[in-house]
Design a protein around this ligand. Sequence first.
Ligand code: ADP
Ligand code: MP5
Length: 271
Amino acid sequence: MTVSRAFTIAGSDSGGGAGIQADLKTFQELGVFGMSAITAVTAQNTLGVQGVYPLSLDALKNQIDSVATDLKPAAIKTGMLFNAEMIQLVADRIQYYEWENIVVDPVMIAKGGQSLLQIEAVSALLTTLVPLAKVITPNIPEAEVLTGMEIQTIEDKKEAAKKLFNLGAKFVMIKGGHDITGEVVIDLLYDGNSFESFEGIRRETKHTHGTGCTFAAAITAELSKGKTVHEAVGTAKEFIQAAIDDQLGIGGGHGPTNHWAYRKKNLIFSS
Ligand SMILES: Nc1ncnc2c1ncn2[C@@H]1O[C@H](COP(=O)(O)OP(=O)(O)O)[C@@H](O)[C@H]1O
Ligand SMILES: Cc1ncc(COP(=O)(O)O)c(N)n1
């Protein structure tokens, strides 16, 4: 039996909705064997981030090498990388192992406002990791920081996508969750030639903790199966819409989405 294998390099979210936990749940739900390397442990729940505890560079390198040398992941996702040294290490390992299916989710700030990436690390992200990305998946505030431009209109999004493409990312996905208006939420994918919109139904909910991680993890899972980026993003969009629609309603703040919802929906439709 061939097993699709995906690897996440990210931070741990004790609350289970974002980070490593969201990634592994998403891999599992999409039928992919998941592996992880933890950059930092966060003490986190739906109310916010109570603490950030980065691991040593050695601990991170050792985890990546353990996975790489034995388990051979077919697609790799990066999430919270915390500082410039970790970004450089991850970029170095990606090149060393000649990995190509790299999904870079440039995590910077948690939904509660706490920083998950040191601001001086942004230039390392731009120069070392973005050029290695098959897909980069910034939300609007992240795209603004990465490009140094304000994003308000669809034309701004297109310009930002072009800038990130010119830095070497093969596909740029600018997510629309932070747009303030509209019944439709639009994620814009750019492949260097044309733009494709992936639309979802915008839900009025505060339970969107981990949506970015989950969406990027679903893209990674599908890439590990050999799907194209367009196919992978299509499935990821269905996955995240189902996860947001099927509210869990747990916790007193920004609650997690339901990672089981996509499989549940497909089970119902196929039975
Ligand atoms: N309120 C919402 N209703 C429906 N889809 C949403 C909503 N918020 C975010 N999404 C979707 O979730 C994914 C993550 O989006 P976004 O919130 O922009 O990223 P992040 O979690 O990194 O801030 C995207 O596919 C986006 O369209
Ligand atoms: C460890 C960790 N990684 C990432 C996020 C971002 O979450 P989101 O997907 O909601 O932007 C988070 N809150 N915690």
